[in-house]
Design a binder for this molecule. Sequence first.
Ligand code: SAM
Length: 242
Amino acid sequence: MSNFSWPLTRVQHTENVHSLKSGRSINDFTRDKSSFDLKTWDGHSAPDSDRWNYNTHYYRLTDTLMPVTDSVLDFGCGEGMLTRRLRARSARVVGIDPDQHSIRAAREQSGSDIDYICGDALEYPFEPESFDAVVSVAVLHHIDAARGLERMAELVRPGGTVMVIGCASSERPRDLVIDLTSTVAALAVLSRHKLWKHPCPVVWPPPASYREMKELAHELLPGSQFRRHLLFRYSISWTKPR
Ligand SMILES: C[S@@+](CC[C@H](N)C(=O)[O-])C[C@H]1O[C@@H](n2cnc3c(N)ncnc32)[C@H](O)[C@@H]1O
């Protein structure tokens, strides 16, 4: 696979832009699960409503693509901002993430009505088909994406929803055209919003391309909808057949 990327685009759509501003290269942070110090993270002082980044921008898609449910799993919940949002629409919300710093931040910022599990969502012994919805934002590129999609499909009940917001790499000329347009859009958005820094592990660049993720989604979740969005993310939504 050959991946192309505009230099500016790499800055704009990475998961933690502050890493570049700090003078360190993206690679210093890639797969870095230990250098983050929760004590120095100033992100918790902003209310959820003021936290904007390329992931939080697309949280609102869960409102339209995911029906109100009794139970939802936030697969790779990080510090829990989406998990808290999901709680407003679901009676039982579980967030899982293997990163202990993220789970600690999630617990500290959330009420006791959300269950946070520090664990690997691929392995944790959840009951199969035990959730009405499984939602995952910016996680598939951290793991074997095929295993991730299969696992989400396994955990959701028949008739339930799997919803993914993901990051992928550009490889085709048309990807680069979209990236260029996206960079202009991102600069406009960033003139209105301060970028909020999340405290979770970062993997960059994403190993799979948009094309590969689309093919994988159609193969493993037949009937799913794949969309590429303007601000450097794609979405997959799927209803599990009954
Ligand atoms: C970029 S963060 C996104 C966090 C959160 N979903 C958000 O929207 O901010 C990716 C998260 O995936 C988590 N992750 C990586 N491997 C995982 C796995 N096997 N199971 C669950 N989460 C995982 C990481 O620890 C990290 O917190």
